[in-house]
Design a protein around this ligand. Sequence first.
Ligand code: PLP
Length: 327
Amino acid sequence: MRLAELPRARLATLPTPLQRAPRLSERLGVEVLVKRDDLTGLGLGGNKVRILEPLLGEALAEGADVVLTAGGAQSNHAALTALAAARLGLEAQLVRYGPERPVTHEGNAALSALAGAHVVWTGDPDRSSVDLALQRLANDLRDRGRTPYVVPRGGATALGATAYVRASLELAAQLDEIGIVPSRVVVATGSCGTQAGLVAGALALGARHRVLGVTVSRPREECVRRVREIAAGCLALLGVDTAPVPDPEVLDGYIGPGYGKPSQAGGQAATLAARTEGLVLDPVFTAKAMAALVERAGEDGGPVVFWHTGGGATAVAAGMLGDGGDL
Ligand SMILES: Cc1ncc(COP(=O)(O)O)c(C=O)c1O
């Protein structure tokens, strides 16, 4: 694997812990381990810290002086990009869709502002308007003599996903040390780069576990296509010759009232995780992934690795957590 040849800006504190979750395991009747990527060590942690390592490594290698990305006001990805850029001495500009709105000083919006990121609005309510706006902004900056680096939404590119191939190696070493062979890895899927990296990593390592992505935003079919394409691109970048990437496993039915909105099942799963293991899950991503794990705990035996991808800022933003519901 050509991992060592890829660009990398060191941002994360690694390895993140792999922890047993005995009380949760007992409640669910299956052994659960938690991979603590909420503890990646930049900002409030999360999966995007890993994904930004190769991407911002490339930005530095290209001599960039400003990093552009897009995401909603509560985007973990956007806030972490702003914080990572600050740490590397780069400026950050964030593109948001819709007309300009007053900045809410809460959660990730507050962290982005704290990091000094400049926010640009597309004026168009269509979410995908940010993609064109990012390119336009990059061109404007180039015309003004700057060197911009564009991180696509979610950092969901083949290069970004290689971070989760690296993370798969990290997990394999930790599992080896404690002599555990999991049947499943469960992860929240949004823009699909994280699951794609884990799928590519499992293929590259010949691991036998399933990688189950729980979609929290996109329709299942779109995720299946995106994960497959990004994973294939990732393996190609790494020079790993495997059979074609099979259709990845993406679970739907856990989005609840919509992306970014708490679901009842997610609230209950987050409550269970907090009360059994002291784990804080966010309502947008990890609580919904945990809801899927809880509902399907008995499905194909264990052990199960729950990949905690972070989201600490929205976990505590007012109005995001819900009341947790009854257990
Ligand atoms: C906390 C958290 N978990 C999971 C995800 C999903 O990762 P991906 O976008 O790579 O699918 C995200 C994406 O922003 C996230 O912020």
